[in-house]
Write a protein that binds this ligand. Structure first.
Ligand SMILES: [Zn+2]
Ligand SMILES: [Zn+2]
Length: 212
C-alpha cells in the first residue's frame, strides 16, 4: 500500500531526474508502474536496481522510436545490456554505440539520461511518497503456506509420474494408487511432531509458547 494519489502525480511532474526524463521521453504511466513493481507482494517484486534498469530500457526504447528505428522483441533489452553490462567487452560497447549513432540515436545524451537505483529510490520515497510496507505475520504465514503447498503438489505429481513410468516399464507392479505427501516437523526440544499446517496454525511449538 502506498500513500500516493495518482491524480496528483500525473498532473505535476516532480523536479528530480526521473520526473524530468519521464516528461522528456513521454514515458506514460511510469510512476504507477514503478510503484506497482516495487510494492508487488510476490516474489516478482522489483528491486530498485531492477527498476532503474526498467526505466533505462524504456528511455532507450523511446530514443529508438524517436529515431524511427524498428526493433524486435528483446532487442531493446539486449542493446541496453551491450551498452551497460560489465560482461560486455569495451570493443562491443564501442561498436554498439557507433551503430546507434549511425542510426541517428543521440546515444551519448541517452546514456546521460540513464538513472541509478539510488535515483529511483529517492524518486519513489521522496517524490511519490511510496513505502514498502512490511507484510504482517499473517500474510507471511499465508505466503509460506502457499509456497509449501505448491511444493507438496509438485512432489506428489513427480512421484506419481515416476511410479507410473516404472510400472509401464514393468519394473514395478502396483494397482491403482494414490500418493500422499506428508511433511512432519519435530521440535527437537520437546520432541513433539507437527504437520506443517498444524505448526503454522498454532504459531509455534507448545513448549516455546509457555516459555514466553
Ligand atoms: Zn522524482
Ligand atoms: Zn517443542
Amino acid at each position: 500500500m502506498t500513500d500516493t494519489k495518482p491524480d496528483d502525480r500525473t498532473s505535476e511532474p516532480c523536479g528530480c531526474k526521473v520526473g524530468r526524463i519521464a516528461d522528456q521521453y513521454a514515458l506514460e504511466g511510469l510512476d504507477d508502474e514503478l510503484v506497482r513493481y516495487w510494492t508487488d507482494r510476490t516474489e516478482d517484486r522489483y528491486s530498485t536496481r531492477d527498476l532503474a534498469e526498467h526505466v533505462n530500457q524504456r528511455v532507450l526504447a523511446a530514443a529508438l522510436d524517436e529515431a524511427g528505428l524498428q526493433y524486435k522483441d528483446g532487442e531493446v533489452e539486449n542493446t541496453y545490456r551491450l551498452l551497460t553490462s560489465d560482461d560486455v567487452s569495451s570493443g562491443t560497447r564501442v561498436q554498439t554505440r557507433k551503430e546507434l549513432e549511425r542510426d541517428a540515436v543521440p546515444i551519448e545524451d541517452v546514456e546521460s539520461d540513464f538513472i541509478s537505483h539510488q535515483t529511483v529510490y529517492n524518486h519513489l520515497t521522496d517524490c511519490l511518497e511510496a513505502s514498502l510496507e512490511t507484510p504482517s505475520d499473517e500474510e507471511r504465514l499465508e505466503r509460506s503456506r502457499d509456497k509449501l503447498g505448491a511444493l507438496r503438489n509438485r512432489t506428489s505429481a513427480v512421484t506419481e509420474d515416476t511410479i507410473a513410468q516404472l510400472e509401464r516399464g514393468d519394473v514395478l507392479d502396483i494397482g491403482e494408487f494414490n500418493v500422499l505427501v506428508n511433511v512432519t516437523v519435530t521440535c527437537e526440544e520437546c520432541k513433539t511432531q507437527y504437520t506443517v499446517q498444524d505448526l503454522f496454525d498454532q504459531g509455534g511449538c507448545d513448549c516455546q509458547q509457555t516459555a514466553d
